[in-house]
Every structure is written in structure tokens, then in C-alpha cells.
Design a protein around this ligand. Structure first.
Ligand code: FES
Ligand SMILES: [Fe+2]
Length: 440
């Protein structure tokens, strides 16, 4: 099948209750995702606390595009295409650092201001000013026009035209708001480097998994189930260890997950854990409640901490866990390759023990040596292999489907409903084809 310049063929990959396997395995579909989907949506770049001072930078990718996020002298955050306008070298070195007042390309020492504009180049007299001013290179590194700093969460939209940030995210921003409010000072800081490992599967399998509540009690029985079994057979002396508190809810019953609910928002966003969640029953951290009461008063604190939403998917490729303060990015590398990064946040003004809980959760569930994350890794990789089979064409997302749902929006529903997955795939079809032109 030829998908380039063929929006109808791309749209036909998404049915109300099924999606075609080509969205996971086809190389051309992957290329089109990079060109269209990751350009038309607001994609997470990084957190402002990673670059607190002017000149601080952090390099990453938006889809497959190398970018550098940098703090400009006026305090604003810029996102630049990390590509020298001279011969194409990635100007900012991989990782992070402080570049001072300007970037300097390592190849021929052209320099660029923090907003990307060209500052100087050696032997400038060798260029005719008129000729050079007509060259693309005279404009410096290309800055991404549409950047939004939402309380330190930096997003960008590569396509100069499209939906506004507010239209795209709508009510879903309430998860980020809640995570920030959990700090007695209303401030988050990235805590160290992310845990990072490669998954030999399509990036959308991870996005799909974030609201897949019918898998934990099956796929994680061997890991979380064993942890609980060991604790129970030990005689359960003393307080429940933090690790057991974090493992145990993974093997909750179907009824638990049905009851906790799923919230579906417009444009592919949504979250598990409306009434209840796997993060609802952790032991109190000494000193935290007191700090929250002092900052917000009892009523508001109850409201903030009573919101225990579980996984919030921000379409296309991040997931935020407010109550445990982590953020995961599913970075597409190829149709069958995804780099997963799991970042942890410190709640400024909260006791260190809370950060310990966040880091323990991240390590237990999301690290390259996690036993829980590897249950998922195995099924993703077996799914990627299985989808190469010619035995069947479609992937099923029909659970609790209601034909009227496409006319409804921003609703909470049964926690095992696959509506949120359908919501993501419908959004996928729209943002893929929004800027695609038909071959003439
Ligand atoms: S490639 Fe950057 S200065 Fe030549
Ligand atoms: Fe899982």
C-alpha cells in the first residue's frame, strides 16, 4: 500500500473499533508520522528546571527532529532546530550544559545567539554581503515558532500553522496543575537524569498500554504477584515496606480497575484513575501533610491530594503520573524501535522521603532492570513480532464500544473501557492527515 500523498489510505487504517497493523509496522507510515503527526501536535520537549540559567541548554528530539531547548538572556525558553545553517552539523553537543552567551558550531566556528540568529562567522569578508543576505544561512539556526512554557513544562508545535496550545490540550492540563499543586511551594524540579532504555516495538504500543487496565493482573502477575507473595509468606512483620506498597496494586482485580474509571478528553488525551487508583493507598509521609496544610489550608489540601489519577496520556507521546511525580516520554526511533525515558520530579518544599518514594517507584517500575517494566517489554516485543504475521490484519480496541461516543467528549467511564485507546487512534488519523496533500 502506498500511503504518501494518500490521506484516504491513511485514514482507512483507523476504524471505530479496530486499527490496521500497518500503523505499527509500516516504515512509510512511520515516516509520515514524523512529518505530519509530530509536526501538527504539541509535543513535550523538556522541563524548565533542566535549564534554570541563561545559556543552559538541553538537546533532545521532537519526533525524529533534533532540537535544542535553551534559556535565553531574557529568561524565556527557545527551541531551536539543532542544525548549523552552514554545513548541517548539530551545533549543540548531545546532552546538556551551559553554552554561555552564544552557541559555537564545532566545525567552522560560526556562532549563534541564544535565539538562533547568526552572530558572527570567521573570515566574513569572503562573503559578498548582498549574496549572503539572500542565502538561507544568513538567518542562522531555525527557531521553532510555536513554543509554550506551561508552568515550566515546555511544549512545541513544529508546524507553523495549526491548533493553539489551549485548544489542543483543553481540560487535560488539570493533571499537570495537580502535580504542581502537590508541592507546598507550587513548584517542581527535575530530579536527576531519566531512566532510559530501548524497546524493540512501535511507540504507540506504549501509549496504548497507559490506559490498558486489563493487563496488569495478567502480565504483572509474575513480578508484582511474587513480591506480594514473598511479603505475605514472611509473616508481614512491621510496617508494609514501601516497595510492597508500590508493587501490590498492580495485581488488583478487574473489579478494582473497572471501578476506578477512565477519563477521556478531546484530541487523544485521557487518564485512568477517576474515583480511585493504584496510587491511592500509600502510607502518609511524615511532615508532608503539615507542609501542605500550612501552604494551602485543610480543605484545599484535601482536594489536591484527593485527586489520585493514575496515568495521564498527553497525546501523542508522554504520560504523566501526578500522585507519584513521574513523566515518561516514548520517543519514536523507527517503526519497531522506541526509546523510553522515565523522569522523576521533586516537589519543592516537601520532605525528602517523598522524593525517595518517587525514585523508588521509578526504579521498581521503569528502570532498565525493573521486573515490572520488563513484563511489558516482553509483550510489546512479542506483539511487534506477532503483527508481522499474515494471519490477521487488524488490532482490536472494541471493549465497551458505544457508537454514540464519537459525538461525546470529556467524559468519565468504566475503567476497563478501551474508549481512551480509540480516542488516541482517532486523533492519530486526524493529525496525520491534517497537513497531508493528495497526489494529483
Ligand atoms: S558546519 Fe557549522 S560552522 Fe560550518
Ligand atoms: Fe504494564
Amino acid at each position: 500500500m502506498n500511503y504518501r500523498n494518500n490521506p484516504k489510505a491513511v485514514q482507512a487504517l483507523i476504524r471505530p473499533t479496530e486499527v490496521h497493523k500497518d500503523i505499527f509496522v509500516d516504515d512509510e507510515v512511520f515516516e509520515l508520522e514524523m512529518e505530519h503527526l509530530f509536526a501538527n501536535t504539541w509535543v513535550y520537549v523538556g522541563h524548565g528546571s533542566q535549564i534554570p540559567n541563561p545559556g543552559d541548554f538541553y538537546t533532545t528530539t521532537v519526533g525524529d527532529q533534533p532540537v535544542v531547548m535553551v534559556r535565553d538572556n531574557d529568561g524565556t525558553v527557545k527551541v531551536l532546530n539543532n542544525r548549523c545553517p552552514h554545513k548541517g552539523v548539530e551545533v549543540a553537543a548531545p546532552g546538556c550544559g551551559n553554552t554561555g552567551k552564544f552557541f559555537r558550531c564545532p566545525y567552522h566556528a560560526w556562532t549563534f545567539r541564544l535565539d538562533g540568529s547568526l552572530l558572527a562567522l570567521p573570515l566574513k569578508r569572503g562573503y559578498d554581503p548582498q549574496v549572503f543576505s539572500e542565502c538561507e544561512a544568513s538567518h542562522g539556526m531555525a527557531a521553532v515558532e510555536n513554543v509554550r512554557d506551561y508552568h515550566d513544562f515546555i511544549f512545541c508545535r513544529l508546524n507553523p500553522v495549526g491548533q493553539s496550545f489551549e485548544e489542543f490540550f483543553g481540560e487535560s492540563l488539570s493533571t499537570i496543575d495537580n502535580m504542581i499543586a502537590r508541592s507546598p511551594q507550587g513548584k517542581l524540579e527535575i530530579a536527576g537524569e531519566p531512566l532510559r532504555y530501548m524497546h524493540e516495538c512501535n511507540w504507540k504500543m506504549l501509549v496504548d498500554n497507559q490506559t490498558d487496565t486489563c493487563h496488569p493482573m495478567v502480565a504483572h502477575e509474575s513480578s508484582a504477584g511474587t513480591a506480594v507473595h514473598i511479603w505475605e509468606s514472611s509473616g508481614k512483620e512491621g510496617p508494609t515496606p514501601m516497595a510492597v506498597e508500590q508493587f501490590a496494586p498492580f495485581i488488583s482485580s478487574y473489579e478494582f480497575f473497572e471501578d476506578m474509571g477512565i477519563q477521556v478528553w478531546e484530541n487523544g488525551h485521557g487518564h485512568t484513575g477517576v474515583k480511585n487508583s493504584i496510587h491511592a493507598a500509600y502510607s502518609p509521609i511524615p511532615g508532608y501533610m503539615e507542609a501542605m496544610h500550612a501552604a494551602y489550608g485543610e480543605e484545599r489540601t484535601k482536594q489536591i491530594l484527593g485527586d489520585v489519577r493514575h496515568n495521564t496520556t498527553y497525546f501523542p507521546n508522554i504520560m504523566v503520573k501526578g500522585p507519584i511525580q513521574t513523566l515518561r516520554i516514548f520517543k519514536p526511533v523507527a517503526a519497531d524501535k522506541t526509546l523510553v525515558e522515565s523522569w522523576a520530579f521533586r516537589l519543592v518544599g516537601a520532605p525528602d522521603k517523598l522524593l525517595e518514594r518517587t525514585l523508588m517507584y521509578n526504579r521498581l517500575i521503569n528502570s532498565p532492570t525493573s521486573i515490572v517494566g520488563h513484563d511489558d517489554l516482553e509483550v510489546y516485543q512479542r506483539a511487534q513480532a506477532g503483527l508481522m504475521s499474515r494471519g490477521r490484519e487488524w488490532v482490536n480496541v472494541a471493549r465497551l464500544y458505544d457508537p454514540t461516543e464519537s459525538q461525546r467528549k470529556n467524559e468519565a467511564t468504566n475503567g476497563t473501557n478501551e474508549w481512551q485507546m480509540r480516542n488516541q487512534y482517532q486523533a492519530w488519523g486526524r493529525y496525520m492527515t491534517a497537513s497531508m496533500t493528495e497526489a494529483v
